[in-house]
Design a protein around this ligand. Sequence first.
Ligand SMILES: [Zn+2]
Length: 248
Amino acid sequence: MIIFGYREATLQTKVFEDDTCDHCGQKGNIACTVYSRHAHVMWIPLFPIGKRKVAWCQHCGKIFQLNETPPDLQNQIREFSRTQKAPFWQWIGLLLFAGLIVSTLFRGYRETSNTKKYLESPDYRDVYCLKYDKGYSLMYVVDFNEDSIYFLDNNYVASKISDAKDLHWMDYYELDTIYIYSRDQVKDLYYKDKVIKSIWRGLPFKNKEMLFEDDDEDEDEDFDDEDEDEDDQDEDEDEYDGEEPDNT
Ligand SMILES: [Zn+2]
């Protein structure tokens, strides 16, 4: 359950020395406290939503409505309240949220501009993410020349584009068939048909031990164990990344 609402922070209290309480007759005891209110979600402050001022007598405890006090005191209270500013931390949620949006937009922008760049100048091991009716899959650049690009096709499909990177395992690719597209066809797949969603350069293979498959097994036993540990860590990080947006 998500709990949201508003809370208040006490900013400051000022005592007005010249004024007299009309309830107990004591002079110099009228005080005003200013509070800053902020909206929160799960007690994380989002942004300030205004101030509240309370005038009261420190001697007898009577609380005054602002319009009950003499006009001169009213002005002093208003002026005092006006100088009080919401503390920085009451903006923290909005700042985090804005930061998240900006970084998401920036990442999207960078990925799009990289993809357009890689379309023009392909390289070995570029990974193309494609959208089909049933989900997202990959193609892997194994060769290219001035006219064409040579791909391996991935046999698997992920439901989300963020999960498609996990399909980049060598044994997930159809190794015995090479698909050849002209560069113009590839550009059409991106600009016109919008089948190519993204191109990733330098994407590491998910299972690194596959690279050592043909080597002597005894010799590489320790190495493989280390690799497995690394993969476990990768998985943990992936899980953490997945949960992060829910927390904020
Ligand atoms: Zn009083």
